[in-house]
Write a protein that binds this ligand. Structure first.
Ligand code: M6R
Length: 600
């Protein structure tokens, strides 16, 4: 997740872009860069070219020289590293071999490795380790092809942009400068990009925050739109037809402070709403062949992790055991040193921050014992990546709220990807198509469930199979941000003790979709009801029986079983978040907790 800003107008572009990037630092802050051009004179004389500055570090620490870049059109980027370590050379913008094309990008190019190989074979020289750089080289190639066909002006650019969109796989919000073209090119597919219309000036950005300082008129691009921001205005086109399209311009009257959280009151809410894209970006990545072959050769897999990451490990266990027939153990990292490690075990550390001391100690122990060691982490270059033999990155972007939401979903996505790869493509189709299901999930209104939860002293969360860890995660979310005691239980375990705690004041949140455990879950829910507990049931769309039994029935969007696992998690996050709001808690910074736990 990175932040991008573009400007074209009468003012000097660089200072506007620098201020804009400061608003987007929450999206990434390991390096930054700008490319600026004086479009009008560059177009007229075909001279000049692009001035580019890019550096490791934060835009807020950038020197004055950045703002002195000369030109009235420019693009800028603040980076959250995904491909290649944070460094000057990996910072955006990326340029082609001639230096005539500059590109900034938010998203992931899934087929970049094969594209890079063929571009190198065609004579292109790469400077960085990023996926983004292929875009600059592809544009160079397509512009050359357009030149060979005698295309000029906008026809040349149209050809290059459409060829680019046909070639790229993955998610991308792109801002592009091409020497000789008197404007800014914006392209969107599955990554956020909005445009702003000011008085003789135009803006582009990952979110509205940087734009609202200048104008309230916002144009929201749709996926597969591309737009030209020119001195005479914005024109938007739809790929693949290339037809000009009208997109509504909305007047947004948010104040700038609320815009920093994208209009949400808390980062947790904002991060919950980012999850459709986060899941898709995290799932749709290929896993290195070497890593796959090590996992295939392992006689068993052990996951070590803490907190929410431990729950993601448990989700992995249920799926991998069932669908890949691999024995999987999941250990709380701080307890791992007490146990023997079976010969032939591969160990996976799951950690959002990559810095959790207990998880690092567990992974070091596994490595010292001779196991092949893996990391699933969100932070490039974090400590865990230096211990692991193989690293798989979640694509959640920076998570600011202490409560893990999108990072948990991203961990599930990467671990489901492993299951899919080891399970000969299982779930691939369903999870490739999950985006609209998750968008629909976010329409859920948690008010009814939260009204019940907010008055409770104790809440139970129950599920069977893969919904047992999802219940643990739901309970963790509730307790950490509301301070209500919440306990996740395997549904079958309640009658072995916790039943004694059930009263009409003790809500039970039961996750009960129409999977193999459904009939027995229904019996369990009836047992809870018989003890007087109010039941909030999350189930499959159209489940009339569950609706009849439960006090509150929350239907998930109609989808495949595997997608319901993710939808149900999001529903539980939303209930916890809303309950914390009703109780007036400090949602993003719950008491006594820290985002990264670097002590044992
Ligand atoms: O950075 P990690 O994933 O290693 O962190 C582990 C836990 O501290 C973390 O998941 C914690 O439980 C969550 N913040 C809870 O929402």
């Amino acid at each position: 997740m990175c932040g991008i800003v573009g400007y074209t107008g009468k003012r000097s572009a660089a200072p506007v872009i620098v201020e804009g990037l400061k608003c987007l630092e929450y999206r990434g802050y390991d390096s930054f860069g700008l490319a600026v051009t004086d479009c009008e004179s560059a177009a007229k004389s075909d001279a000049g070219g692009l001035a580019v500055i890019k550096k490791q570090g934060r835009i807020s620490d950038a020197g004055r020289d950045v703002t002195l870049l000369n030109g009235n059109t420019g693009i800028g980027h603040t980076r959250w590293a995904t491909h290649g370590v944070p460094s000057d050379v990996n910072a955006h913008p990326h340029t082609d071999c001639t230096g005539d094309i500059a590109v900034i990008h938010n998203g992931i190019i899934e087929n970049y490795a094969e594209l890079k190989r063929s571009l190198i074979a065609e004579g292109h020289t790469f400077k960085s380790e990023t996926d983004t750089e292929v875009i600059a080289h592809l544009l160079e190639k397509f512009c050359n092809a357009a030149d060979a066909d005698g295309l000029i002006g906008e026809e040349r650019i149209d050809f290059a942009v459409k060829s680019l969109m046909e070639t790229l796989e993955g998610s991308f919000a792109l801002l592009i400068l091409i020497r000789g073209f008197s404007g800014l090119i914006a392209i969107k597919r599955f990554s956020p990009l909005v445009l702003g219309i000011g008085d003789e000036e135009l803006f582009a950005s990952s979110d509205m925050t940087p734009i609202l300082e200048h104008t309230q008129k916002i144009l929201f691009l749709e996926d597969d739109d591309y737009a030209y921001l020119m001195p005479e205005g914005i024109r938007v086109f739809s790929y693949p037809s290339g037809d000009a399209v009208e997109r509504e311009v909305k007047t947004v009257d948010w104040d700038v402070e609320s815009a920093k959280k994208g209009g949400y009151d808390f980062f947790m809410e904002k991060e919950i709403f980012e999850q459709p894209a986060v899941f898709v970006n995290s799932f749709r990545q290929s896993i290195d062949d070497k890593a796959v072959s090590v996992l295939k050769k392992a006689s068993s897999i052990t996951v070590v992790a803490c907190g929410s990451s431990y729950h993601a490990g448990l989700v992995f266990r249920y799926l991998a055991e069932k669908y890949c027939k691999i024995p999987v153990r999941v250990e709380i990292a701080s307890e791992f040193l007490n146990f023997a490690i079976a010969k032939g075990t591969a160990v996976i550390a799951v950690t959002q921050s990559g810095e959790t001391a207990d998880t690092l100690a567990a992974l070091r122990h596994a490595k010292a014992s001779g196991c092949p060691v893996f990391a699933v982490t969100n932070v490039l270059g974090s400590s865990v990546t230096r211990i692991a033999d193989h690293v798989l990155y979640t694509r959640a972007g920076p998570e600011i709220s202490v409560a893990a939401t999108k990072s948990f979903i991203a961990q599930c996505a990467v671990l489901m990807r492993i299951v899919s790869v080891l399970g000969k493509g299982i779930f691939e189709k369903e999870l490739f198509e999950i985006y609209p299901v998750l968008e629909e999930t976010l329409l859920f209104d948690p008010a009814g469930a939260s009204a019940v939860c907010k008055d409770a002293e104790n809440i139970f969360y129950v599920g069977r199979g893969v919904y047992y860890p999802i219940s643990l995660e739901g309970a963790l979310k509730m307790k950490e941000i509301t301070y209500i005691h919440a306990e996740g239980c395997a549904a079958g375990e309640l009658k072995h003790g916790p039943f004694s705690l059930l009263t009409p004041e003790t809500p039970v949140i039961a996750v009960c979709t129409k999977d193999a455990s459904y009939p027995v879950m229904i019996s369990n829910i009836k047992e809870m009801k018989a003890r007087g507990a109010p039941v909030i049931a999350i189930g499959s769309a159209g489940d009339k029986d569950l609706k009849e039994i439960a006090d509150i029935f929350i239907p998930l969007p109609k989808s495949e079983n595997i997608c319901e696992v993710i939808s149900a998690t999001i529903i539980l996050q939303m209930i916890a978040c809303n309950t914390a709001v009703l109780l007036g808690r400090d949602v993003d910074k719950p008491r006594n907790l820290a985002k990264s736990v670097t002590v044992i």
